[in-house]
Design a protein around this ligand. Structure first.
Ligand code: CA
Length: 724
């Protein structure tokens, strides 16, 4: 009996003890807020006294990074503690799989009250929250709609940053169970494009007074040519209405993009419009008059645009700072401050004119960095700073450890609590480098896909499209104006960083051969993709060839044989020159085969995974496997004739040839005697001594007409067997 009483007492006291120990977490999060616009980070542009207060009373992180510098993906990194390729949200437009593990779910299970208010931007409804109220998509600054938990939209009159704050305070006051600890994610739209300040901040940072960055007129010399391809410059890529806040028709099309009006203005009521016009009208009229008088040269216009952009951006930031102040005040008034961890962060950084840019995406410092300021009374020494390398995948395990919960082993981030306890010093064995990967090529702003590593001093990243490395010494070249990848003196450093890059990819399970990738940022590829989709929509194709340039070559060197053998059988050529497995996966994922359910698909892919980066055969085989899975999903009745990757290189000891052999010895195992059939055609192409002849493969990679003849002859019996 005594033991039973003890047990009961223990059970009763457990939740109480836990509740006392477990801190509340107030996560204040904004969108696109760059470090350069935060006082505590040394802003030369603006003042943010309330955000700075968190640094003064807590810790500021100098080396805080995102894993993928774009809105939705960063949010998914935070919720899951995992990189984008693992949580599945690689680019805006993806849909977050809310059935997966997230930290709010875990904390909710452990008795926390959880809420998210404001910007969400993950396409699917929030899961793991006791309360949520979110902006649809990007949301609006003026009179925003918010999606309610029942799916209905409610329109609020007023300014989004203030409304988000009101709702957050309201939830803290009366929306939660005060007996339980809480996690509140108060997530602002601001200062995201189309930067629209509240009238109380009009003119706070006046046109013509805002310091310009040194690199406003960057010419991108000394770095990859891909930097010139982007469409995110202040000089050329601002819209007349949407970005620069002019009304009516674009009057200077040589300086401004037209066609996208100011959506916020359309949402305003008469009173709001009058206030808006009273401020913007005279400035706009003066600019137009100066232009008409010929007073402004091209660079003067760029400078004016920068000033207008910064006025609006910094004004939008100012309301976020007000919000932080109100939330901190409420914690003080309510007595919650003592046991509440407060964090201020933003989904990634932003270019405030550096390199002539606005927006984000690139692995350069301004957009790679995330602000991270944290206050935890009694646990974090006030006014401390850390240079430890932290990343947004660390937030989830950090929150779990704060709540006394273990992190599941599949979480990729690390709890930063040891850094907090160590007054900002990284403990022994802390990470020496972060891994970064950006996937949203073929989208607005035309930034090429790239991934890389950053250490305390160096940064190296890789563009798969041009197979170029970039290397920067951040100590000597903090503005990243010259890549040292080709500098002989820096070869050992580049090699070391490349090794870390390879290893970190292994560590985080990054296998590009299986991660769907588009090449839609290359015009010919995009056009071919469009043409093939149109062709596929006709339907009725019985046979599909899927692969790279060697398959595409049926339209070139193999044309006549194709016309004779395959055209009569309604065959579709889905060969794309230069494609690797990941591109085929993208094409199948996005249904390039259309409504067709062919009798057979001939698949031959992987030699570019070898040729471009000598990718590990195990990884390439996984890519081929994924292609087979996708074919099974899209068209289960289609039989697959999987061909071994053709031999390449003249010699039997050509490294590329050997890599292809490694792929083939793995993929032949995918044959199942029913749906998937495997055939190795190397015997049809190789000479008796194992060499390749120029007659069959003139460049030792692509087939001649005679080569295509041999290919056709070799697969004919199998095609017949498969019902063609
Ligand atoms: Ca963002």
């Amino acid at each position: 009996m005594k033991r039973l009483v003890c047990l009961l007492l223990a059970m009763l006291s457990l939740p109480l003890t836990a509740a006392q120990k477990q801190p509340n977490i107030l996560f204040i999060f904004s969108d696109d807020h760059a470090l350069q616009a935060i006082g505590a980070y040394g802003s030369k542009l603006n003042q943010t006294p309330n955000i700075d207060r968190i640094a003064r009373e807590g810790m500021l992180f100098r080396n805080s990074f995102c894993a993928n510098s774009i809105c939705g993906p960063s949010r998914a990194n935070i919720l899951t503690g995992k990189h984008s390729h693992v949580n599945g949200f690689r680019r805006n437009g993806d849909r977050f799989d809310g059935s997966q593990w997230t930290f709010p779910k875990e904390l909710q299970k452990a008795g926390y009250q959880t809420a998210v208010i404001g910007k969400w931007h993950l396409e699917t409804d929030p899961t793991g929250f006791n309360y949520w109220e979110i902006l649809p998509g990007q949301g609006s600054y003026y009179n925003p709609d918010l999606i309610q938990m029942d799916g209905k939209r409610r329109r609020y009159t007023g300014y989004v940053t203030d409304i988000t704050t009101d709702l957050a305070v309201e939830w803290l006051k009366s929306g939660r169970d005060p007996a339980k600890p809480f996690v509140l994610m108060a997530q602002h739209k601001a200062p995201h494009r189309d930067w629209s300040p509240h009238p109380r901040h009009f003119g706070r940072y006046k046109l013509g007074t805002i310091p310009e960055p040194e690199t406003l007129f960057d010419d991108y010399a000394g770095r990859s040519k891909l930097l010139q391809e982007q469409e995110m410059t202040i000089a050329n890529d601002f819209f007349w209405g949407h970005d620069m806040k002019f009304q009516g028709e674009n009057q200077f099309p040589e300086h401004f993009r037209g066609g996208l009006s100011m959506g916020e203005y359309a949402r305003m009521n008469a009173e709001q419009r009058a206030t808006w016009d009273a401020y913007y009208g005279p400035e706009n009229q003066k600019f137009i008059a100066d232009m008409k008088a010929g007073k402004l040269a091209k660079d003067d216009v760029t400078r004016w645009k920068y000033q207008r952009y910064m006025h609006d951006y910094l004004g939008s930031v100012q309301a976020v700072d007000d919000s932080v102040g109100r939330l901190l005040d409420y914690l003080d008034e309510s007595g919650l401050a003592e046991n509440t961890v407060v964090i201020y962060s933003s989904d990634q950084g932003f270019y405030l004119g550096e390199h002539g840019w606005y927006d984000k995406r690139w692995m350069f410092e301004e957009s790679l960095k995330m602000p991270f300021l944290i206050r935890w009374p009694g646990k974090i020494k006030a006014g401390t700073e850390s240079r430890a390398l932290i990343q947004n995948i660390d937030y989830a395990p950090t929150f779990l450890e704060m709540a006394g919960l273990p992190a599941p082993p599949e979480i990729q981030g690390r709890s930063i609590l040891p850094v907090l306890r160590g007054e900002g010093r990284a403990p022994a064995g802390w990470r020496d480098a972060i891994y970064y990967s950006y996937y949203e090529n073929d989208a607005v702003h035309e930034v090429a896909q790239h991934d890389g590593v950053r250490t305390e001093r160096y940064k190296a990243f890789f563009f798969p499209r041009t197979r170029e490395w970039q290397l920067f010494d951040l100590e000597k070249d903090p503005q990243e104006m010259k890549s040292l990848h080709a500098d002989p003196a820096h070869q050992p450093i580049l090699a070391g960083l490349q090794q870390r890059h390879r290893d970190l990819k292994k560590f985080y399970d990054v296998n590009f051969a299986v991660i769907p990738a588009t090449r839609g940022d290359e015009d010919w590829w995009k056009q071919r993709d469009r043409a093939k989709r149109e062709q596929a929509r006709e339907g009725g194709f019985e046979l599909v060839f899927i692969g790279d340039s060697i398959t595409q070559g049926w339209e070139g060197a193999g044309k006549e044989i194709w016309a004779e053998r395959y055209a009569p059988r309604k065959a579709l050529n889905l060969g794309f020159s230069g494609d690797r497995t990941e591109h085929v996966i993208w094409r199948l994922n996005y249904n390039q085969m259309g409504p067709n359910r062919p009798k057979a698909a001939v698949v031959m892919i992987g030699t570019n995974n070898t040729g471009h980066s000598m990718q590990d055969p195990e990884e390439v085989a996984a890519g081929v496997k994924r292609i087979l899975e996708l074919l099974a999903e899209k068209s289960p009745q289609t039989k697959v004739l999987l061909l071994g990757v053709f031999p390449r290189g003249q010699s039997p000891f050509d490294p590329g040839r050997l890599n292809n052999l490694g792929i083939n010895q793995r993929i032949r195992r995918f044959a199942d005697g029913d749906r998937v059939h495997y055939l190795d055609l190397s015997g049809s192409f190789l000479e008796a001594d194992g060499t390749l002849s120029k007659e069959i493969m003139p460049d030792y990679l692509h087939l001649s007409p005679a080569g295509y003849q041999r290919w056709a002859d070799a697969i004919e019996p199998s095609l017949k067997q498969l019902g063609l």
